[in-house]
Design a binder for this molecule. Structure first.
Ligand code: SAH
Length: 458
């Protein structure tokens, strides 16, 4: 370590800036923000600097007496002679000195900062590479949301109440980790401090709640991990336990925190590993054990995902949860298969239905489906494909309406077969397709021939 990083209190202290140009102005600005008063010494001083409150301007060349009463000095002139003189005289008096862009003349250096006051990130390459520092800054900007200031202020407001309520320091640390990494923090970061406050009150209301975990109902998308949202990834790396089913692809599962416990509750057609009610109860139990539970679901949790039922149960037990949308199969799979779901010439509406058979029949509003200029996307439809095609034709769609089946869309195993309502069932039988599959019916399917060729997903 070449320098000791510290945060200096300069409130009300007099600091000297030697130089009157743009850089000097910027440095004076930072000092003023930190509450210092600033003496600027230069024969000429840029407009906008002198006028600021807290600035004492001295229109002169630098001289020794300008150091009188000064707590620190920054030299920002383009005259190396002056810079060197400032450095030597300041050091002789033990006044901390910084010469911009000349580490060898400095007794301290100024870091780059990311100001999320009261949270402050300071970093430096020790003068080695300002470009690298700037690049790092860009990365940090995206990692630390603007609203971190609010989060820190929020935490400060609750510091004393939490200290009173949770007296054991180890428990208190866990409490804060849960609050600042979980649903409460997400609420503050999205600007909903009202809900965040209520949640904190609820967590503090009873001993039980302090220990309580929470549930993240996260959409994992259709398979390709690149289609996860940032928020999904953030929560996947936070969770203590993941509850997932068979639609969640292996590469997506690999992105969950390594030491998280994994519980498979997979559902295949006719092979319900765990009934839905038991999954709902499992989530409640895990949360009550104090765990951060990731409920990972294929596609979007609210589209044919029974996510609504899961959070109803959680709400009934007073467990905090958040829902993260995912890319649903219809949009992910169609994009990778080169089939736009709507198109000016082919479809002005698009309808998502489930083709799940109940007692051997498909309970759908066929008249609403069999409309011209409409794309129909059928989830869970392969088993009932023959019924689907014949009913659509019986209700008025031409037998030559284009139709496609996409197997394991967006994954390495994606396969697309196309035909018409008249031919698709036969083609599908011969193709020996593997679940999951998505059926797309409508004129848009013909666009695939033109578009899929350019599509790296296929
Ligand atoms: N919540 C999910 C859908 C769950 S229902 C979502 O929003 O996507 C399960 C059905 O989704 C499957 O039977 C299949 O029809 C469809 N599906 C999900 N992922 C798919 C994929 N990668 N390729 C093709 N179909 C998929």
């Amino acid at each position: 370590m070449d320098f000791l990083p510290i945060f200096l209190n300069v409130k009300g202290k007099l600091c000297l800036v030697v130089g009157g140009g743009t850089v000097a102005k910027r440095k004076a600005g930072v000092l003023l923000e930190a509450g210092a008063s600033v003496r600027v010494v230069a024969p000429q001083i840029e407009a906008g600097l002198v006028e600021q409150a807290g600035v004492e301007a001295v229109l002169a060349r630098f001289e020794q007496q300008h150091l009188d009463g000064v707590a620190m000095v920054i030299a920002a002139t383009d005259d190396q002679g002056v810079n060197r003189q400032v450095s030597e005289l300041a050091r002789a008096r033990n006044i901390p000195v910084n010469v911009v862009d000349h580490p060898e003349l400095c007794s301290f250096i100024m870091p780059a900062i990311l100001d999320r006051s009261p949270m402050m990130v300071a970093f430096s390459s020790g003068g080695a590479s300002p470009v690298l520092t700037r690049m790092l800054r860009g990365k940090l900007e995206t990692m630390i949301p603007q609203n971190y200031s609010r989060l820190a202020a929020f935490a400060e407001r609750f510091r004393e109440p939490v200290k009173k309520r949770v007296t054991n320091p180890a428990k208190r640390r866990i409490f804060w980790e849960n609050a600042l990494e979980g649903v409460v923090a997400e609420k503050v970061l999205t600007g909903d401090e009202g809900s965040a406050e209520k949640m904190m009150q609820q967590m503090l209301a009873s001993e039980d709640n302090i220990q309580r975990g929470e549930v993240y109902l996260v959409g994992a998308g259709p398979g390709d991990p690149d289609l996860l949202t940032f928020r999904a990834l953030r929560l996947m790396q936070k969770a203590d336990v993941v509850v997932y089913d068979n639609l969640v692809s292996k590469p997506v599962l690999d992105m969950v925190r390594r030491d998280a416990e994994q519980i498979y509750v997979g559902k295949k057609r006719a092979d319900h590993t765990l009934p839905q009610e038991e999954i709902n109860e499992l989530l409640v139990r895990l949360a009550k054990e104090g765990k951060r539970v990731l409920r990972l679901k294929g596609g979007d949790p609210f589209i044919f995902g029974r996510g609504g039922e899961e959070i109803e149960t959680l709400a009934g037990h007073g467990i905090l949860f958040q829902v993260v949308p995912g890319i649903t199969a219809a949009s992910g799979v169609s994009a990778y298969a080169g089939i736009p779901l709507t198109h000016r010439n082919h479809a002005h509406s698009c309808i998502f239905v489930t083709g799940h058979l109940k007692d051997g029949t498909m309970n759908l509003d066929w008249d609403a489906l069999a409309r011209p200029q409409q794309t129909i996307v059928v989830y869970m439809g392969l088993h009932g494909l023959a019924t689907l095609c014949s009913e659509l034709v019986a209700h008025g769609l031409p037998g030559d309406t284009p139709a496609a089946i996409v197997q394991q869309g967006t994954t390495q195993n994606q396969r697309v077969v196309t035909g018409t309502l008249a031919t698709l069932n036969g083609i599908a039988q011969a193709a020996n397709l593997q679940a999951p599959t998505l059926i797309i019916v409508g004129g848009v399917v013909t666009l695939r021939e033109k578009l899929a060729w350019f599509n790296p997903g296929n």
